[in-house]
Design a protein around this ligand. Structure first.
Ligand code: ADP
Length: 571
């Protein structure tokens, strides 16, 4: 019982920090069970791991609210947000040295992701917290710890969980139902993305995911591209711009909102919370941003569809480098994402290698094809769609040659889109590019790669650590994976989950089974679906700080591991 915890605390008051280890165990509080899973070694170390387990029957979270996976995730998200808020609003925080007094939940931002911080099961709600056990120097401050366990946490649980009402749950779950309905509709009707009328796309700043509040122009679909999607829980269907599968260009003058639209589409692979402005900006979950990233490493990728034999005879059927150029890095990312199963590519001229996008008529005339290893994307995008079903949505500010291959051209003008497909086609007729297509007849098959197990070895160089450092760096043994150019990685907790997954692949011997990358991704996703996100964690204590990444970001991390080597599988 809880009183045992109180007694232990009083017994260890004033003693050395190690005596806190006696707290490990589970304690029955009047309205929940508190489990102390892992006790930190000192006041500056990673905080202790604690779980609060609430019986669901005593809360408003009835079964019906979690009868679909997206509904369960939404309820977990809601509890995590409320818990974060309630913990923050506590009248005071326990005192002490270092991380003393910290009571933290891995709180969500603008996006709703599957997370481990709160897990709603059939009978219980499990809330994972990190707690900095208080000390003065290394002397235990038991009174302060008592405050955390007997006041700070219980009052937060009271406000976040027991005060939760149907009126809080219903709007969150209904929004989730609507977002799921739009995703289904897009899939069934041949769309890549949808942007509702009234959506707010621009963000507060380049480093904030919050909406721009002052002077934001709400999105309004051009009449030609407007679709009407029936959604549950509202009397009228939702209207907005539908982007069909195929090749779509976003054009317009500088500063008219092209990149802002593309970025909203990139982020639309995730659901956003009410009030974000992008609640009804929904993109096919297989849509992947493809950009140049010079300096990245590449391991045995068949980039030959885009880049043929390089000078000095370097083979591109199994291309590896420690230091890719703009065009080779972008070509490699594109092939890797096909391998991972992408269904659409999102490309911005601004972040692309120009020579991978186009070779214009004059360049073709001056530099013979025989002297140019690159086959530009303009000659491959159509094949990509016809042969592999992969759509393209592309921002172009400067390269009008693309009008020839576009199915749809959207012009942004003062943040408002117009459908200029017909005009663009007329221009293409009146002003021919004079280009000679260079793409050959087909894109060709993807060669799947099997990672060599010894090339994913975090113990190389004695250091077996695999850990996320912020959102964009994963330490893998002695090497570092840089994810700075992986734009659809949106949460530090996703990066932690990727690090955990990498270690899991290695430790569980999955790499020794001869599975190709796509099979490994499938297996990990199946495991997450079946046994939950936490099931891949090999860490001590509860993994309360993971968020589910997409398979594409997981693949991006593996592909950027500098020690990676692969065998290609034929056929
Ligand atoms: P482009 O890619 O066409 O050059 P951007 O998308 O970079 O233009 O947008 C230019 C600026 O306009 C950015 O600072 C962006 O935040 C702002 N902006 C974009 N869309 C809107 C909008 N709907 N309302 C208000 N400001 C916007």
């Amino acid at each position: 019982p809880a009183e045992a915890l109180r007694q232990t605390l009083r017994d260890i008051d004033g003693r050395g920090y190690k005596a806190y280890q006696a707290l490990a165990g589970a304690y029955a509080f009047p309205t929940f069970v508190l489990a102390v899973d892992h006790v930190q070694g000192d006041p500056f170390a990673e905080p202790s791991k604690v779980r609060v387990i609430v019986p669901r029957a005593k809360t408003a979270l009835a079964d019906a609210w979690t009868d679909k996976p997206w509904r369960r995730i939404r309820c977990e998200d809601l509890v995590a947000r409320r818990m974060h808020e309630a913990l923050r609003q506590a009248p005071r925080r326990a005192r002490g040295t270092g991380k003393s007094g910290l009571v933290h939940i891995d709180a969500p931002g603008q996006k709703v992701l599957e997370r481990t911080a709160v897990q709603v099961g059939e009978d219980e709600i499990v809330i994972c917290l990190s707690v900095g056990l208080p000390a003065d120097g290394r002397r235990i401050l038991a009174r302060e710890a008592e405050f955390i366990f007997f006041e700070h946490i219980p009052s937060a649980v009271e406000r976040a969980v027991y005060a939760l009402r149907e009126a809080d749950i219903r709007p969150a779950v209904e929004l989730a139902d609507q977002q799921a309905a739009i995703r289904r509709y897009l899939r069934d009707h041949g769309f890549v993305a949808f942007v509702a009328n009234g959506a707010i796309l621009p963000r507060e700043s380049g480093v904030s995911d919050k909406p721009l509040t002052r002077g934001a122009v709400p999105f309004q679909s051009p009449p030609e591209l407007e679709v009407t999607i029936p959604v549950p829980h509202r009397p009228t269907p939702i209207r907005g711009m539908g982007i069909r599968r195929g090749i779509t260009l976003i054009v317009g003058g500088g500063f008219h909102g092209k990149t802002t639209l593309l970025e909203a589409l990139e982020q639309g692979v995730y659901d956003h919370v009410a009030g974000d402005g992008r609640e009804f900006v929904i993109t096919d979950q297989g849509a992947v941003k493809i950009r140049a990233e010079d300096g990245r490493s590449v391991a045995n990728v068949d980039i030959s569809p885009l880049i043929g034999a390089l000078p000095h005879g370097k083979d591109t059927h199994s291309f590896s480098t420690e230091d890719a150029s703009g065009s080779t890095s972008q070509a490699a990312s594109l092939i890797e994402m096909m391998e991972a199963g992408a269904t659409a590519f999102l490309i911005d001229e601004d972040t692309s290698a120009t020579n991978l996008l186009v070779r214009d008529a004059r360049m073709q005339a001056l530099v013979a094809k025989s002297g140019e290893p690159i086959t530009p994307y303009i000659d491959k995008a159509r094949q990509l769609f016809d042969d592999h079903g992969i759509s393209t949505v592309m921002v172009v500010g400067g390269i009008g040659d693309y009008f020839d291959i576009a199915d749809c051209v959207i012009q942004m003008e003062a943040y408002t889109p117009r459908d200029v497909t017909a005009q663009a086609k007329r221009v293409a007729e009146q002003i021919p590019t004079g280009r000679t297509p260079e793409g050959g007849r087909a894109f060709g098959a993807i060669r799947h790669r099997v990672p060599r197990p010894e090339s994913l070895d975090s113990q190389r160089g004695h250091k077996s650590k695999v850990a996320a450092r912020g959102r964009y760096v994963i330490q893998y043994g002695t090497s570092e994976i840089s994810l700075h150019a992986v734009e659809q990685l949106v949460d530090d907790s996703q990066t932690r989950a990727i690090a955990a997954a990498l270690l899991y692949l290695e430790r569980k011997g999955w790499l020794k089974k001869g599975m190709c990358l796509r099979e490994l991704l499938d297996a990990l996703e199946a495991q997450w679906d079946r046994e939950g996100l936490a099931s891949i964690s090999l860490r001590q204590g509860h993994p309360g700080d993971l968020a589910r990444p997409r398979r594409y970001e997981l693949a991006a991390a593996i592909n950027r591991l500098r020690t990676l080597r692969c065998e290609q599988r034929e056929g």
